[in-house]
Structures are given as structure tokens and as C-alpha cells.
Design a protein around this ligand. Sequence first.
Ligand SMILES: Cc1ncc(COP(=O)(O)O)c(C=O)c1O
Length: 475
Amino acid sequence: MGLSKNHQLSKIATNDGHGENSPYFDGWKAYDKNPYHPSKNRDGVIQMGLAENQWIRKNPKASICTTEGVNEFKNIAIFQDYHGLPEFRRAVANFMGRVRGNRVRFDPDRIVMGGGATGANELITFCLADPGDVFLVPSPYYPAFFRDIGWRTGVQILPVDCDSSNGFVITKAALEAAYEKAQEDNIKIKGLLIANPSNPLGTVLDTETLRSLVSFVNEKNIHLVSDEIYSATVSGSPTFTSISEIIEGMECNRDLIHIVYSLSKDMGLPGLRVGIVYSYNDAVVSCGRKMSSFGLVSSQTQHLLASMLSDEEFVGNFLSESSKRLAKRRNMFTKGLEEVEISCLKSNAGLFVWMDLRRLLEKQTFEDELVLWRMIIKQVKLNVSPGSSFSCTEPGWFRVCFANMDDDTVDVALERIRTFVRQAKKGKTQVKNKRLQNNLQLSFSSRRYDESVMSPHMMSPHSPIPLSPLVRAKN
Ligand SMILES: Cc1ncc(COP(=O)(O)O)c(C=O)c1O
């Protein structure tokens, strides 16, 4: 009676904390409506994910759903212990060590399961913070952190602004400034969350910076969560250093250090939803383990992965081949952009590059960034992600994923970008604020992309379109 049905629902059910309604979905809608196909739709939108994993074909016994493996069906299907299968935890701990060059060892008894890194990030937040508490996060950052650490927990993000003057590296000064400002505003900082390697930058944090972060959290007695989901995507130099290696070599309170990991990127298995919290804090391991009842990795998946990850030869080949191919593709992509004098932040990790289109903006504003982004989707027909969706403080940066397509499609994408840039240079393309003309009117019904897709396109405090009640440091 006059009341919207939303009034019957919880605050979480009716708020926008998930971010799905953000206009950043327009790129995905455009792709969904008109996807590129090399022969059937060459004029379609190119989706700018992952190595295909054929291991199971050669190892059918690892699955309880094959003739070869079905004898294990009963044992595995009735397993429901939130500690996880011991062989799974051993294999994951081993794998984590291997990905870090075996320079550090992980204890299987500290492996806690979560539903992907998404679930793991939420689980660790639930263990460390209360509603209203805040995590410092260096910007630009993975947009779904907002949803993962905030939507259901009530925890907020306070971005620590980093900029291109030093390659977006977080400094102790920026951290201190954000922390001090929070103190003045009576905001309770509970921790610092970093992604190393970074999404969206594709860079790794150097040892000195990592040490300074550990000192910082020790001095303030707050937590450090290191999301290391892209550990094995690094190629060449600088090499990846895990926070686990840093704490081996310095005095610190280990109870404050936690790692989030997943097999979504490093093994190309996002659909299996394998996320890990590795905490050096016994109380967090104990609580997290109980909490993992809400996001268990199915025993079928644990069983399969225990075998797959224990296949040392396969894992070794997979990791080295994957990092070689990523390096080759990154090189091909950045060189192709250089032909039209478009540069990217120097990077050697992740599945993307951070492309600098600042000089294509008429005005250095986020409004103009969005206008340019809509032109790229509509005219160039590439679904890339604007920097504002990553809370970047400088307009004009775009994240471009390059790993989920074949070489021919990359060539087509590059040629489209080059043509667009050449035209823009000649003044034929007006990158001006024509918001109405660029408005995309598309419908999007598919839930296919929900998790992996919407995350890069959520709203941010830098966006011209207001959304969330995030707090933001002005430093
Ligand atoms: C930094 C970062 N953390 C977490 C996630 C979520 O990963 P998962 O698919 O394992 O939930 C992503 C996915 O893109 C990511 O980039």
C-alpha cells in the first residue's frame, strides 16, 4: 500500500553497495549487444582473461565425475569439513611457495578457504574490522574492493592517492598524511589493503616500499592485507616479492600480516572459485576457518586441485609458459600503441596495461575522461576501463586487458586504436564533452559477467557520477 516493496528488505538488499548499476557497465552492455567475432562480426565490440587449462583431459582420475575417478565420488561428496581436505591445503601451500620461487614456505595449517579472492577479501575483513571501520587502500585500485571489503561488512575504504609523478608508487608520506587526516576526522583506521602485483597498474611493489609498509602498520598497530592474486603473472624484471618474504627478513608483529590469494589468475581458473586467506595470526586463522563455512570451496574442486597442483611438471610448465606468453603479448600491445605515440605505464605483471590517453582529453577532467571512454566503446568498439573506475586521481588513464584474445584480435584492436588516435590528432575526432550524444542506451540482461566483469567497472569517488558513501583522503 504505497510502500515500495524495497521497504520489506534489508539495508544491504536495497543499497547500491554492490555497484552493478554503475554506468561503467555500459562497456559490457555494448560488448554483450554486439560482440566481436573474427569472421562473423568483424565490426563488433572487442572485449579487452585466460590460459585454457587442458590438464584434466590427461588426468581423468582427478575428477570424481569420470569413469576413472568415480570410485572416489562417495568419499569426496560427503566431505564437509571447513578445514578443507588436508591434501588440498598441502598442495595449495606448496603451490604458493613455488609461485614465490620457493624462497618462502607456507604452512598448510594456515590455509583458509574462501569463494575466490572475492570471498577471501571479505572473510579477512570480517575477521579484522567492524562496521564503520576503515581500510586504507592506495589508488588507483581494483574497483570491486569497494564491494568485497565493504558491502556486507560495513567497512569503508579511504583511498591513499598515488599519482604518475613516481609511477603511482605508494609513499610513506602519502600514507602518513591519509592516516593523520583520518585521525583528525575521528575515522578508525583498521588496516591497509594492497594489491601486489597491482590491478590496474600491472606493476610490482619494490622491496623497500614493502618494508616501509610493514613498518607503517607496525607503528600504527593496524593490519596489512596483501592481495597477491597476480603473483605468477610477472615476467622479467623487477621480480615479484611477496609480503611473506619481507616479514622473514625484518622484525615485525606477524599477527598483523595477512595474504589473500586465489587460483583465478595464476592458474586461469576463475570459475572454480578457489580463494585463500593465509594469515600469520592464529586467532584470525581460527575465526576465518569457521567463517569459511559461508564460502567453502566444494570438496569436488579441492579433490581435483589437490591432484592438479601436485603435478609438479605440469605446474612448472604452465607457469613458465603463461608468464612467457603474457610478456610477449604485453610487448606486442605496448609496441603497437607506441606507433601512434601512445604510452603505457611501464609494467610487467597482470593481464592488462595502464594506458595513458591524457593528451586526447580536451580538458583534464573526469567528465572528459568519461566522454572519451564512451567514444572508445561506441566508435572504436573496444571495451576498456576508465581510470576513474579505479579511483585514479588523474583523468585520462585507461586499463586495457590484453590476455583474453588471440593475436589476430589484438591486431584488430590495435589497428582500431591507432586509427582513432590518428584521427584525433588530425582534429577529425572531437574528444569533447558531448555527453548526450555519447549516451549509450543499451539493455543488459545477462548475468554471465556478474563477478569478473562488473568489478572493473564500478563507480568510484572520482567519478563525476556520485554513488557511494565512501570517505576520501585529501592529500
Ligand atoms: C586484485 C584483485 N583481487 C581480487 C579479485 C577477485 O578474484 P576472484 O576471481 O578470485 O574472486 C580480482 C579479480 O579481478 C582482482 O583483480
